[in-house]
Design a protein around this ligand. Structure first.
Ligand SMILES: Nc1ncnc2c1ncn2[C@@H]1O[C@H](COP(=O)(O)OP(=O)(O)OP(=O)(O)O)[C@@H](O)[C@H]1O
Ligand SMILES: [Mg+2]
Length: 264
């Protein structure tokens, strides 16, 4: 990372104080042709941005580039005001990947997994205080896993495991929360709880949220901006602006990807 520009030399990006995440002219390929082209994206504090697009349109890849897991081919990324590799307080960024890798050989319980999210914020060497334990308990309750808190994760259903990973991210009270399809296959009641936890994180803690999902109906009423990606950003605007283009998040539920076909 030594050759990366420092945060100081990144000052040429337009100045936006409260931007948690910014990408400009971002392009990426895995070596078999373009996956992302000239992508621009901003997530500010207190903002809820939904990233949508068909399968293979580059959403997960974009998240990985934004978080520094993949290097951009060209263009630039700023995460918490820095090049991703230079971000010091990494715990301020919560990430729920599309397929969380389960360390199945380590039979960690739901409580241990969620505690790990809190320890990341507190510093593992400090251990958990009473209020940390309360935050962990609250996060577990908020995804409806209260009765399963002591169960090893590898004995739970896929949907329950997904909810445990969401709870882990919430327990860390991140400034920026990035979620890749967290509610795919999660039941309606859990989606409602998920929505309420997101609203709390955004309104009470001023967090910014970037959510990739094909199912936006459960969170449609709280989304500030929708970004439609098909290798390029083909739409970036409010749900109302999207509705003016004929796509309603609330109405076109499961059909959303189909309706998005006509954009761009
Ligand atoms: N590790 C990889 N190596 C090579 N190509 C990849 C890799 N991961 C993804 N791709 C390709 O990059 C493109 C974008 O994939 P990506 O996973 O970002 O799409 P996505 O929008 O997240 O799709 P989905 O909705 O199915 O999750 C696809 O054409 C995919 O085949
Ligand atoms: Mg994906």
């Amino acid at each position: 990372m030594g050759a990366e520009p420092t945060a100081h030399t990144q000052a040429s990006l337009p100045d936006e104080e409260e931007a948690l995440l910014r990408a400009l002219d971002l392009s990426f390929d895995y070596g078999h042709g373009s996956v992302l082209r000239d992508v621009a994206l901003t997530v500010r504090a207190g903002e809820f941005v939904a990233l949508v697009g068909p399968n293979g349109s580059g959403k997960s890849t974009l998240l990985k580039v934004l978080l520094g897991a993949l290097p951009p081919g060209s263009g630039r990324v700023e995460l918490l005001g820095r090049v991703p590799g230079d971000v010091r307080d990494r715990w301020r960024v919560g990430y729920v990947p599309q397929r969380p890798s389960l360390l199945s050989e380590v039979p960690a319980t739901v409580e241990e997994i969620v505690s790990a999210g809190r320890l990341r914020q507190r510093g593992w060497w400090r251990g958990l205080t009473g209020s940390d334990r309360e935050a962990v308990h609250h996060a577990i309750e908020s995804v409806g896993l209260g009765t399963l808190a002591g169960r090893p994760l590898n004995e739970l259903s896929i949907g329950q495991q997904q909810r445990a990973f969401i709870a882990r991210a919430f327990a860390g009270e991140p400034a920026l929360l990035v979620l890749d399809e967290p509610i795919a296959g999660v039941d309606a009641e859990s989606q409602r709880r998920f929505r309420d936890s997101l609203v709390h994180l955004i309104r009470a803690h001023g967090a910014g949220v970037l959510l990739v999902s094909h199912e936006l109906a459960a969170v449609a009423d709280v989304i500030d901006r929708v970004v439609v990606l098909k290798e390029r950003v083909v739409f970036d605007g409010s749900p109302e602006e999207l509705a003016a283009r004929g796509v309603s998040l609330g109405v076109h539920r499961e059909d959303l990807p189909l309706w998005l076909e006509d954009l761009g």
